[in-house]
Design a protein. Structure first.
Length: 94
């Protein structure tokens, strides 16, 4: 298993409950295939440029271990999930 870091930017117009549900959804999904080491909620931050007519976003950072095959599935789910403005998954060096 490799170590990864993923940042997602959630639409800030979602209710607090909706944001918590998304964070839990992805934590559970990662835990099913690997192991979440930490989840850091960075809160609302101003974006460098507008994304889908939003000038702010709610940032969440995941540090986790998973198999490389799982990353494609995780990114696919990020893409089709309403409420996710942007995401990135990066493999961390040992």
């Amino acid at each position: 298993m490799n170590k990864y870091e993923s940042i997602i930017i959630i639409n800030p117009n979602l209710e607090e409950q909706g944001i918590k549900e998304l964070i839990t959804k992805f934590s559970d999904m990662i835990n099913n295939e690997g192991k979440v080491e930490s989840v850091e909620e960075m809160g609302k931050k101003k974006l460098a440029y507008e994304i889908k007519k939003n000038s702010e976003g709610y940032y969440v950072l995941y540090n986790f271990e998973a198999n490389p095959e799982f990353i494609a599935e995780l990114e696919r789910v990020y893409r089709i999930t309403d409420g996710i403005l942007k995401f990135i998954v990066v493999r961390k060096e040992d």
